[in-house]
Design a protein around this ligand. Structure first.
Ligand code: GDP
Length: 450
């Protein structure tokens, strides 16, 4: 792995109070010294901060700065690293990188600092990915998962599962070495029990992905109802801003609108859909089709009933019943409570007025309750990463083959091949097994400076 010196601004692009540049690689501290006016950084102790000046190539002062020195291997990347805090003007940031590059380092690629941390054994792959998740987390729940993954708990669990498989494989392969003697080191019964246990664990991991995705990207909530039920008005009331187009003409919301909203630490993805009704208009019909497919993807469906148009609600309810996912939750809401219209058969529904805001807070509580009921315990192991999910699905398929193979009594070498495959797929999650392709995919998701 390369250890040439790389540099980048690690704070977000744009103007800020301060900006931080990271310089990492063999000789990074000496390189910064060559543009540094102040106490020698190479002579400084590790994890110490120093005030000084960055010199422009002509010897003028570019900026005053604070340099924090980290000596490898005890740094984020595992290499000698200097973090330079300068004033956050765009000019200073750009010039600082120029000065450093002229002194002999190169601009870092996407995620290159984290990639080095991985290469130097400072982080496993899943933990490195958690760095990206941590940076992207938008709610408390997503943050909690990212922290756990970052600290390695998640990887340890996957590794434990993997070593279980490796042990089983070893046992089987030992048996193959002694095949002449017809011994059985691994009883088929206990092998099958172990394989079934692994399958159970993999299944629950795969099952956690939907929930994990909901935590990371927001619990999908479809707001559905007949045209003019007040869906857009409700979305605006929930978001407390004028995002969706409100109009008294039927069929205004022809496409779907998505917004994220944090309520009590739970992130929601609110989807305002086209009003559902029987229509001859093809464009409107397309919107309705899309609305119905969103209903199928939603974890929570808010059915909004218009008390002034009671008859339309039945059509909508019928469509929803057909499309809603089995494990989704339905919240029935009667809108336009301000009009004071009594509705028979809806005594248990939540009465709100999207227009005046009455009852909207109660609806928010109902959303949080419904979301929490559908989410796993915080202590459960949750898969949030699509790459991990794909590996788990592969591992699950191979485990299925192991179990089938044991059932049909096929020879040990086929079984050990499938077991190896399970171990391989689990290994790609934590990075025990990597390819350049996996690494490039993972780190291309990062920004420069991370
Ligand atoms: P959508 O087609 O379901 O998105 O409905 P809109 O949000 O565009 O609202 C349709 C009409 O109903 C508009 O004229 C709104 O002002 C009106 N409306 C929405 N919510 C309420 C409410 O709570 N009370 C009353 N009185 N009118 C409402």
């Amino acid at each position: 792995m390369d250890d040439d010196i790389i540099c980048a601004i690690s704070t977000p692009p744009g103007v800020g109070g301060i900006a931080v540049a990271r310089v990492s690689g063999r000789g990074a501290i000496e390189l910064v010294d060559s543009v540094w006016r102040g106490k020698s950084l190479a002579g400084a102790t590790t994890h110490s901060a120093h005030y000084g000046e960055i010199m422009a190539p002509d010897g003028d002062t570019l900026d005053t700065a604070v340099a924090v020195v980290f000596k490898g291997p005890k740094s984020f990347t595992g290499e000698d690293t200097v973090e330079l805090s300068v004033h956050g003007s765009r000019y200073v940031q750009r010039e600082l990188i120029n000065v450093l590059v002229q002194a002999g380092c190169r601009p870092a690629g996407k995620g290159e600092f984290t990639r080095r941390a991985f290469a130097n054994g400072r982080l496993d792959l899943a933990s490195a990915e958690a760095v990206a998740d941590m940076i992207a987390s938008e709610s408390k729940a997503a943050h909690v998962i990212a922290v756990r993954q970052l600290k390695g708990e998640y990887s340890n669990n996957i590794e434990r599962l993997r070593s279980k498989i490796v042990d089983l494989t070893a046992l089987l392969e030992l048996e193959l070495d002694f095949s002449e003697e017809d011994v059985e080191f691994a009883s088929r019964k206990s092998l099958k029990e172990s394989a079934e246990e692994v399958r159970g664990m993999l299944e629950s991991l795969a099952g956690s992905f939907k929930a994990g995705n909901a935590i990371k990207n927001g619990v999908p909530v479809a707001i559905v109802g007949a045209p003019n039920a007040g869906k857009s008005t409700l979305l605006n009331a929930l978001l407390a801003e004028d995002r969706a187009l409100v109009s008294p003409i039927s069929g205004t919301t022809r496409d779907t609108i998505e917004e994220t909203l944090d309520i009590d630490g739970v992130l929601f993805r609110l989807i305002d859909t086209a009003g559902i009704r029987d229509t001859a208009d093809t464009i409107e019909q397309m919107g309705i089709e899309r609305a119905l497919s969103k209903v199928g993807d939603a974890s929570i469906v808010v059915l909004l009933i218009d008390p002034t148009r009671d008859e339309d609600s039945d059509t909508v309810a019928k469509y929803i019943e057909e499309k809603m996912a089995r494990d989704a939750r339905l919240i029935t809401v009667v809108n336009k409570a301000d009009l004071g219209i009594e509705m028979k058969g809806c005594e248990h529904a939540l009465a709100i007025s999207a227009k005046t805001g009455a009852g909207v807070e109660t609806l928010k509580c109902a959303l949080v309750d419904a979301a929490r009921a559908g989410l796993p315990d915080e202590s459960d192991m949750i898969v949030t990463n699509a790459r991990h999910y794909a590996s788990i699905v592969e591992a699950l398929a191979a485990t299925g083959r192991v179990i089938d193979g044991l059932d049909s009594g096929i020879s040990g070498d086929f079984i050990s091949q499938d077991l190896r495959e399970v171990a391989h797929h689990l290994g790609t999650i934590t990075g025990t097994i990597t390819t350049t392709e996996i690494l490039s995919t993972v780190f291309s998701r990062f920004c420069i400076g991370k």
